[in-house]
Design a protein around this ligand. Structure first.
Ligand SMILES: Nc1nc2c(ncn2[C@@H]2O[C@H](COP(=O)(O)OP(=O)(O)O)[C@@H](O)[C@H]2O)c(=O)[nH]1
Ligand SMILES: [Mg+2]
Length: 209
């Protein structure tokens, strides 16, 4: 009987310790990485953009290869480390009602349209209301610059910084990500200072597919 009691106490002790350890890990003061969310109609190139940022390459048919959930990105801006999760829909944009919950909690939003489609930017209007109220970092990105003819003029219809990029060639992609990282680093409670060598986006992937 005594033997059983001892075993029971030992087991209970081990259980309590492991619960305490999990709780202390949960509440460690590790800063939460920021959330950066890609919004835009299906087919504008959000997944290709995410893959270009994460892997530094172009996948012509990304849906068949990866359904990106989010990827951790770590960059250095002005001697400070900024970490964020880049969120891409895995096709949820086809069901608009799912998008607001996907965009919830975003610290930055990239609104993407297709430069090769003259009406594509109009499709962004419905996404404006899905940007969280406290999210002040918003960029409008026209993708597929490689398909844009020289005569096309795409005016920025929205009152946000505007970039034209090609996920296919990579043109302008780094500028968008650097702008976002710069804005995140300016947010209060951002990051620690470091001088360590950081992997550049595209060199390291931690993708939660
Ligand atoms: N020419 C060109 N095609 C692109 C570019 N980005 C994406 N695409 C193509 O556009 C289609 C839709 O891309 P995808 O990333 O799946 O769009 P999403 O639905 O917004 O995620 C795919 O066939 C891609 O190959 C680009 O910069 N240039
Ligand atoms: Mg996609």
């Amino acid at each position: 009987m005594n033997f059983l009691k001892k075993r029971l106490f030992a087991f209970a002790g081990a259980f309590v310790c492991s619960v305490c350890a999990s709780f202390s890990a949960m509440f460690e003061s590790k800063p939460e990485p920021y959330k950066v969310c890609l919004l835009g109609c299906a087919g504008v190139g959000k997944t290709c953009f995410a893959i270009r940022v994460i892997k530094g390459e172009f996948r012509e048919d990304p849906q068949a290869t990866i359904g990106v959930g989010f990827a951790d990105i770590k960059m250095e801006v002005d001697g400070k480390v900024v970490q964020f999760k880049l969120w891409d829909t895995a096709g949820q944009e086809r069901y608009r009602c799912l998008v607001p919950s996907y965009a919830k909690g975003s610290n930055a939003v990239i609104l993407m349209h297709n430069l090769a489609d003259p009406n594509s930017a109009d499709g962004l209007t419905e996404y404006l209301s899905m940007i969280p109220n406290d999210c002040n970092i918003v960029a409008v990105v026209g993708n597929k610059l490689d398909l844009k003819s020289g005569d096309d003029v795409n005016e920025n219809k929205f009152n946000f910084p505007y970039f034209e990029i090609s996920a296919m060639t990579g043109m302008g992609v780094q500028e968008v990500i650097s702008w976002v990282a710069q804005k995140l680093v300016e947010l209060p409670l951002c990051t620690e200072t470091t001088h360590e060598e950081l992997p550049r986006p595209g060199e390291k992937e931690t993708c939660a597919c």
